[in-house]
Design a protein around this ligand. Structure first.
Ligand SMILES: Cc1ncc(C[n+]2csc(CCOP(=O)(O)OP(=O)(O)O)c2C)c(N)n1
Length: 194
């Protein structure tokens, strides 16, 4: 079976409970919305390369409040390449509660699957060379069964979970909410459960 971003997101979100999820712009957010809309989803609809920085800010804010909830960011290879400094910033800030689920389809999938360079460059190796201790690579191109997000929830350092999938989008719905509504719902949800 050919596995795409959609299948990886579905596996991740099905395995989670009430963890906070930030998703990347474009089809990743639309697919997540279609699979499982939740108050604890923040659909980042601004710019490539900003999902992980937003997740980092949230992680640090939760740590400051001794709130032990976990943050999972569903990011993309094109976006990571566009804002590569984010990997270094996350490493240096060392949040104990952040999992970067990097869905690597070797493409700018949301805009027509133009190729990125991750077929030539190994993002896991880069994360390791920065210093990340928790780096996991899952080749999910044929099956998503080995994506087991739960096993990383107890880690005390940032996790870089590198998931390789095939490119391609699904017929995901348009998110029927304004950016303000998305933000306000997410913030209310965080504060309510505190
Ligand atoms: C700074 C910036 N440049 C271009 C775009 C247009 N754009 C939106 S999503 C996207 C592709 C994102 O690719 P990737 O991060 O690999 O995620 P995928 O869609 O493949 O899951 C592009 C080029 C944008 N939103 N922001």
């Amino acid at each position: 079976m050919i596995m795409k971003r959609y299948d990886a997101i579905k596996k991740i979100i099905t395995d989670l409970d009430d963890e906070l999820v930030i998703s990347n712009i474009g089809f990743p957010s639309r697919e997540l919305y279609g699979i499982k809309d939740r108050n604890n989803n923040f659909y980042m609809s601004g710019s490539m390369g900003m999902a992980t920085p937003i997740a980092l800010g949230l992680s640090l804010a939760l740590e400051e409040k001794s709130d032990d909830r976990k943050v999972i960011v569903i990011d993309g290879d094109g976006s990571l390449l566009m804002n590569f400094g984010e990997l270094i910033t996350v490493y240096a800030q060392n949040p104990s509660n952040l999992i970067i689920a990097l869905i690597d389809n070797e493409a700018y999938g949301s805009t027509g699957s133009q190729e990125t360079y991750t077929s030539k460059v190994n993002l896991s190796n880069i994360a390791k060379s920065i210093g990340y201790n928790e780096v996991y690579y899952v080749d999910a191109r044929n099956s998503v069964d080995n994506i087991d997000i739960k096993q990383y929830l107890d880690k005390k350092e940032p996790v870089f979970l590198h998931i390789k999938v095939k490119p391609g989008n699904t017929k995901a719905p348009i998110i029927d909410k304004t950016p303000s509504q998305i933000k306000n719902r997410f913030m209310e949800s965080i504060n309510k459960e505190n």
